[in-house]
Design a protein around this ligand. Structure first.
Ligand code: AMP
Ligand code: ZN
Length: 468
């Protein structure tokens, strides 16, 4: 399996540290508002990468942090005149609601910054002891010039960076490149006690502290949007490798931006739609398919037309699922043995996903499969159920388990709910027939249902049914 590594700028063979285990850390949201559909692109692509690794029989431990203390949260709490913890609680809850609607698998752990103060403080203390951090009136900064690999991930050179940041005046810093590890509390701000006085952690520090706590010093994959390469991930490397003196991450993966009006969709520019608003108009599957049609690393322009046309594409999958569902309930042994080459189509899908998670090609493999399988079924009308069972398994594995754009089990569930509703409707009609003394119709309904294997039981409380 090949994975593009931002650090080495090339596709590399994926070799986990401790196979079949894989450790994966993805930078999660700052919980001060509903997340937008641009954030959703990063969350969904991370979910698909994880799902494919699971499909490849890796045992993935997936961690996504929740930044629950930050300037933006504090500003919101001032704006809304509520405690900052109330702001983060509200948006943590909305985050979980929205990712569930987007069919994103839950992480194994969602560590919160506010619940890892001891780990964060001990990381900063370690850096201070190594002279990689300094205290400036209760504010702690990382001494960038002391970390020789600074700039490797983003390809930035510290001299150029220094030139670029000369304008920034911060009397507390020794060098404008130095970044904040711990911020001294200002009046009225939430704070935690520390060896340097009351304050709160810097954003970068939480990820280094929580990654090592939950996944160990060196992890397999660390991912996030392109905007996080610099400074966030560059700073994480400096902190973690400075502190633990071992390689922090083997594969750095970054997601391209979802753009709108030719710019990165972002809260600050105001050019965004919340994921929950988009979900009011389109299904999660259509949103996911829209994202899958572009490689995760490239830019993508937000387009409602394309999401709407994804909805049409999904119809092809659901029509096919309906078709195989209607056939697979037939008797096993009747009909003709199938010679359809499922492995050929599955290997096309897997080859695409194995090549740095090439979802556009993987999607094409699914649609090609549907086209060929449909044609095969039309040309071979007397197929036995084996073909339909295998076709169902193909869709479940590829479109279902890996891409999350179809849910075969869910379709079965819908079919079940529908048949229950229909039986209940017939029971109601039978009840009405009895009230109207139309006993022959009432009996006919009972007998017909019986012939389908559905038996009715009348009691004082009403009529119930059992499917045999
Ligand atoms: P934030 O809450 O801003 O820290 O963002 C959460 C995640 O969404 C991070 O991985 C960001 O890199 C990612 N992200 C933010 N904006 C976009 C965008 N327009 N397109 C894709 N990913 C984004
Ligand atoms: Zn992070």
């Amino acid at each position: 399996m090949l994975v593009y590594n931002t650090l080495t700028r090339k596709k590399e063979e994926f070799k986990p540290i401790n196979p079949p285990n894989v450790t994966m850390y993805v930078c999660g949201p700052t919980v001060y508002d509903y997340f937008h559909i641009g954030n959703a692109r990063s969350f969904i692509m991370a979910d698909i990468i994880r799902r494919h690794l699971i499909f490849k029989e890796y045992n993935v431990t997936f961690v996504m942090n929740l930044t629950d203390i930050d300037d933006k949260i504090i500003n919101k709490s001032i704006e809304e005149k509520i405690d900052s913890s109330k702001v983060s609680q509200k948006y943590v809850a909305s985050f979980f609601e929205d990712i569930e609607k987007l069919k994103i698998k839950k992480a194994d752990v969602y560590p919160k910054a506010t619940e890892h103060m001891d780990e964060i403080i001990s990381l900063i203390k370690n850096l201070e002891e190594k002279k990689l951090a300094y205290n400036s009136d209760g504010n702690l900064f990382f001494r960038v010039k002391e970390f020789k690999n600074y700039g490797l991930l983003s390809g930035k050179n510290t001299d150029d960076l220094e030139l670029g940041s000369r304008v920034e005046v911060n009397e507390q810093k020794e060098n404008p490149l130095d970044f904040s590890l711990w911020k001294k509390a200002k009046a009225g701000e939430p704070y935690w006690d520390s060896p340097w006085g009351k304050g709160r952690p810097g954003w970068h520090t939480e990820c280094s502290a929580m990654s090592v706590k939950h996944l160990g010093k060196t992890i397999d994959i660390h991912a996030g949007g392109n905007d996080l390469i610099f400074p966030h991930h560059e700073n994480e490397i400096a902190q973690s490798e400075g502190c633990f003196e071992s390689k922090f991450v083997n594969y750095w993966m970054h997601f391209g931006f979802l753009n709108f009006q030719d710019e990165k969709m972002s809260k600050s520019l105001g050019n965004f739609f919340t994921a929950r608003d988009i979900l009011k108009k389109y299904s999660a599957e259509a949103i996911r398919l829209f994202f899958c049609q572009t490689h995760y690393s490239g830019p993508l322009a937000f387009s409602e037309e394309l999401i709407a046309s994804s909805e049409k594409g999904l119809e092809k999958i659901s029509n096919f699922v309906e078709f195989i569902n209607s056939k697979s309930s037939y008797g096993e042994s009747e009909g003709v043995e199938c010679s359809f080459d499922f492995d050929f189509f599955l290997s096309r899908f897997v080859t695409a996903m194995d090549d740095d998670f090439n979802t556009p090609q993987a999607v094409a493999a699914i649609f090609n499969f549907i086209k060929s399988a449909n044609k095969y079924a039309v040309e071979n009308p007397k197929l036995n159920s084996d073909f339909f069972v295998k076709a169902g398994e193909f869709i479940q594995k590829t479109a279902g388990d890996v891409l999350g754009i179809a849910d075969f089990k869910q379709t079965n569930k819908i079919d079940q709910t529908l048949s229950h509703d229909l039986v209940n409707l017939l029971i109601e009609i039978r009840q009405k027939a009895k009230v109207e003394k139309n006993y022959s119709l009432a009996d006919e309904i009972r007998d017909k249902l019986n012939s389908f294997g559905i038996s009715l039981k009348d009691s004082k409380e009403g009529t119930t049914f059992k499917i045999s």
